[in-house]
Write a protein that binds this ligand. Sequence first.
Ligand SMILES: [Zn+2]
Length: 392
Amino acid sequence: MRKTYQFRIYPGRKQEVVLNRTISTCRHLYNEKLAERKKQAELNRLKKQFDVFPWGKPEWINYFGQKLDLTASKTSFQKEVHSQVLQDVIKRVDKSMVNFFNGFGYPRFKGRNMYNSFTYPGSGFELKDGKLYLSKIGSFKIILHREIEGKIKTCTIKKDIDQWYVSFSCEIDNPVPVEIKTRTGIDVGLIDLLTLSNGEQIKPAKFLRTSEDKLTQEQKRLSRKKKGSGKRNKQRIIVAKVHRKIRNQRKDFAHKTSRMLVDNYDLIKFEDLQIKNMVQNHHLAKSISDAGWYQLMNLTEYKAAYAGKFVEFVNPAGTSQTCICGYFVPKKLSERIHSCPSCGLVMGRDQVSAILIENRPSCTVGTTGIYDRQGLSIESRCSGTLRGFSPE
Ligand SMILES: [Zn+2]
């Protein structure tokens, strides 16, 4: 199984120029190869639907074909980048097409602020004496605040506005599954609140709210700035940094909470938010809080997998309107206390939901590997090719 580690690196000014140029070269290659694949997909669609070939008979271009093309005709910019890094870009294009054919969104071209990482998929990097050596770029000071387990397989460099990170994907031994002795069900609320089936409630710290207020403020300021002006660009960076702060605070909360859950329970059950959202209407506040919950669930699944523990997802239908005895107890959202006329149970509504979730059989079992409910591996999302949350 794979485990990901992330560390910050500190490039000098000149190195930063090279890093930025590498990302830019990769982004251009990505867009170029994606255009090829999109054109081909379109040709194939025409062929299937109308049996016409307006631009001649389409040739099937795949990952290997595109890789050969690249080797045969590299630009001077591309020659300055390690060949495996470029091949990985083509792999990302391939992945985005494969995902598309599996029912996910149509791959999009990447604008300047949308492409921010590159990967050494096998070689071209080395960790030695507290330094990270990257082929064709140079060596960086790196602080390994965690010990790396297993064998490093890939090395990804990421840019986050003005900070740089490296993440290593390592091959580790599969853990021995534990015997399930402790279990819990978890109800997640619309507001940032999490209720366990034993009644325990967890709230993220108040600072998250404060940062979110600050975000609204800075965004308002941004909207008042003239388009294309230097001041607007400066404000855009300020907004991006507030976003980063919130992201990090949420991540930190998700890391700590998932660690606590996995340390305390062998089997953890969540409601499946995807099923839940199919029956409920969307609104913005909901999707924002869901984003946080997805991250928490993914991290819990991820950490449980390493510990040989289990995470399951259950269909949440009716969990807010049913008693533990099975009696139907309708409640408005504003009613926070559940009171059952049949068995006489009086309890907080969130805890009743959590108990029902704990007792419900799962619809998807997340123990076969580190996959989220969309079937995308966390690694593929980590590489920055897909939207979503990275585990680190
Ligand atoms: Zn009851």
